[in-house]
Design a protein around this ligand. Structure first.
Ligand code: SF4
Length: 251
């Protein structure tokens, strides 16, 4: 049975009351997750992150949550909110249209504590696809050459540059849940971002990296990655376009 606490502060004429259910789990001493419930007052503009920080400030400072920019830029505050991976700083309680808001750690990531998860796997897979322009060293160090690009060439990959490495797409991915070695939609989308960049010379290297048993062919095209991205990146489309390169339909 969940514990329930009420914060009797910050009430105003326009505020509403919701129940915030926070998953609590410490892998060093808990055998399973427990939910603590807090009755909080929210305004139309209150974000889920602000509601959680209210709980930390007024009742239980031990709730573990990671955040930084509070403006959907740093990608730190990803969590599962009412069953869907979202950024807590970018999700208003009012838009959930529910009197109960449940927050849990992102799926498919090891839990550090409560709402915080380890990002090692995401950063490793991101690094694995070589997320940078590959050119001959001499071209880069000569400082005599500009790598110009037309608007049409930029258009090929620009949306994929918006990735903030929040991990929401990996959290939503059903293949990530069943294959602990799958490279994942975030890294595949970044592989596409550089493969499609006309200034890059590393296409063959990257396509080889993702053409392995836990690579691109593991994607079953559920499309859930693209549904949750807060930055408008479409990893599912990037994966399909990458397959086009691999099958020789694109060059
Ligand atoms: S593709 Fe979107 S959801 Fe995935 S890590 Fe990047 S910004 Fe986050």
């Amino acid at each position: 049975m969940a514990q329930s606490y009420e914060i009797d502060e910050k009430k105003s004429l326009t505020s509403k009351v919701v129940t915030l259910r926070i998953a609590r789990f410490n892998p060093e001493k808990d055998s399973d997750t427990k939910f603590m419930e807090f009755i909080v007052n929210v305004e139309k503009w209150t974000t889920v992150l602000e509601a959680i920080l209210d709980v930390k400030q007024h009742f239980d400072h031990s709730v573990a949550v990671r955040y930084s920019c509070r403006q959907a830029t740093c990608g730190s505050c990803g969590m599962v909110i009412n069953g869907k991976p979202r950024l807590a700083c970018f999700t208003k309680v009012s838009e959930l249209q529910s009197e109960v808001v449940t927050v849990e750690p992102m799926h498919n990531f090891p839990i550090i504590r409560d709402l915080t998860v380890r990002f090692d796997r995401l950063f490793n897979t991101h690094h694995k696809v070589k997320p940078y322009l590959i050119r001959d060293d001499s071209e880069i160090t000569s400082n005599t050459k500009e790598f110009l690009q037309s608007p049409e060439e930029l258009e090929q990959f620009i949306q994929f540059s918006n990735c903030i490495k929040c991990g929401l797409c990996n959290s939503a991915c059903p293949t990530m849940a069943t294959d602990s070695s799958f490279v994942g939609p975030q890294a595949l989308a970044q592989a596409y971002r550089y493969v499609a960049d006309s200034r890059d010379k590393g296409k063959d290297t990257r396509l080889k990296i993702i053409d392995e048993s836990h690579g691109i062919w593991r994607c079953h095209f559920a499309g859930s990655c693209s549904q949750v991205c807060p930055k408008g990146v479409d990893p599912a489309m990037g994966i399909q376009l990458l397959r086009g390169y691999m099958l020789g339909f694109r060059s």
